[in-house]
Design a binder for this molecule. Structure first.
Ligand code: ZN
Length: 474
């Protein structure tokens, strides 16, 4: 048993007590109504700070995050010419390194084409891999191509990361244990109690890996695992439980794919498969292709399935309002406003920037919404989701889409209950209620209208009824 006292369960400002037995919340209310005796060590004083359901990251890529911890982050750098890039790369210390890896790279400020010979001519004598900011493209040298067993004649340059995705994430990674531990520490100190692996290449092998990591307590939050779009049959009879379970099948269509082709491939899938569906849907054009195909052409195959639009960056709520009664869930990554907003301001020219992440417009039209970080491509810090959705300011303090600002209550709701609903887990997680899973976080303050989200921290994280993180307060 565990008793939380002086808990202000957001948005309520009343101090209450929460009683936990094993992994469940069994009582919420006045302490005087509880007549069981507890050890003092089982009592946690929340000090009248805000208490929330644990955060759910509805969309992230854990193995990429772990892999990036062995690679150099270029997201703070801006390269304006080939020469600037050459100077930077030629000066990186490669001593004792078997491969040289970077992530967070942006090439679009460089006017010249970056081809294979440019990277070979840097005279870096080990495999060199540079992942684009979005994670979808990889620049590399010939040694890295050989290392990944890729034939350059069969691919464009830079390489589409799907071709080498598995090789990057599962490649021999000497620091895997250390990086994993570091990542898990981040998760619990940020208050995540459930994360969703949204990889389009997810296969059974990676699922088994999660099983090992969860059973050996190396990953503390519960994990929802999306199925890769290829061969979902491989997951039949996979053991599932509250700590690791299967999510929707994740689809990613190439931007130039014809709408008829999309229809054919989805029709084939829907006629033999019952799983929920999640779509990589960043552009307005792809959003149209998916929604039109599903709801106008293949509606009779959908049944009670959940349809998720991952990213939903360019979703125009007013254009699709007739679909708000469908089982459609929009998963936004508002932290991208902070992380990539300044880049969008410069390069987004075929879509009205004010309408990016139309979160308030979507709520006004009664759409169901949830939030994911898309880390490592967006910040893993949940307070960046909160501050971006609330303030909509970029790293350089530019404002994007003022009319789509939403308030704390709407944000927390999307980040907890909305995400749980998009996973069909709303009866188990996503809110603090009797009989729900005891996934609870205590903040360092009470949230009011005046609170600056960037000042918020998690003091205590409880996952499945167990204290996994307690912040040291100096
Ligand atoms: Zn993603």
């Amino acid at each position: 048993m565990k008793l939380l006292v002086n808990a202000k369960i957001f948005p309520s400002t009343k101090s209450q007590s929460i009683l936990i037995n094993k992994n469940k919340i069994i009582f919420i209310g006045d302490e005087t109504e509880i007549n069981i005796s507890l050890n003092t060590s089982d009592i946690i004083d929340c000090n009248n700070n805000t208490v929330l359901p644990g955060f759910i990251d509805a969309h992230c890529h854990p193995f990429e995050i772990i892999s990036n911890k062995s690679s150099i982050d270029l997201s703070g750098y801006k390269f304006n010419s080939k020469n600037e890039l050459k100077n930077y790369l030629s000066n990186v210390n490669t001593k004792n390194k078997k491969t040289l890896k970077f992530h967070g790279f942006e090439h679009r400020n460089i006017n010249d084409r970056l081809d294979l010979s440019f990277f070979d001519n840097l005279n870096i004598n080990i495999p060199l891999m540079i992942k684009h900011r979005t994670g979808h493209l990889v620049f590399l040298n010939t040694l890295a191509l050989k290392h990944s067993k890729l034939d350059i004649n069969k691919h464009d340059f830079p390489i589409n990361s799907l071709a080498i995705h598995k090789k990057i994430t599962l490649e021999e990674n000497l620091n895997f244990e250390k990086n994993l531990n570091n990542y898990n520490q981040n998760l619990i100190q940020f208050g995540y109690t459930t994360i969703v692996d949204a990889g389009v290449e997810n296969d059974k092998k990676k699922y088994n890996k999660y099983q090992d990591l969860i059973y050996s307590n190396q990953i503390s939050p519960n994990v929802c695992y999306m199925l890769g779009q290829k061969n979902p049959g491989q997951f039949e009879n996979s053991p599932i439980n509250d700590n690791l379970y299967l999510g929707p099948t994740k689809f990613m269509f190439q931007e130039n794919m014809d709408i008829q082709e999309i229809e054919n491939s989805l029709k084939d899938f829907l006629s033999i498969n019952k799983s929920d569906l999640a779509f990589h849907a960043i552009s307005s054009e792809m959003i149209f292709k998916i929604l039109y195909t599903l709801f106008e052409k293949l509606n009779k195959y959908l049944g009670k399935r959940i349809i998720r639009l991952e990213h939903a960056t360019e979703f125009i709520a007013d254009s699709y309002k007739e679909y708000s009664s469908k089982n459609l869930h929009l998963i936004f990554n508002p932290n991208f406003i902070y992380d990539h907003g300044d880049f969008y301001l410069k390069h987004q020219d075929d879509f009205a920037i004010e309408s990016l992440f139309g979160i308030k417009d979507s709520l006004r039209n009664n759409f169901k919404i949830g939030f994911g970080t898309d880390s490592p491509f967006g910040s893993i810090n949940p307070m960046k989701i909160i501050s971006s959705a609330k303030n909509r300011t970029t790293k350089n303090n530019n404002l994007i889409g003022e009319n789509n600002k939403i308030n704390f209550e709407q944000i927390i709701n999307a980040f907890t209950k909305g995400n749980a609903t998009a996973m069909k887990k709303q009866n188990v997680i996503g809110s603090i209620e009797s009989n729900k899973n005891a996934d609870i976080i205590i903040l360092n303050d009470q949230i009011t209208n005046k609170t600056n989200p960037d000042q918020l921290q998690v003091n205590h994280t409880i996952i499945n009824g167990e204290s996994k993180y307690i912040r040291e307060i100096s």
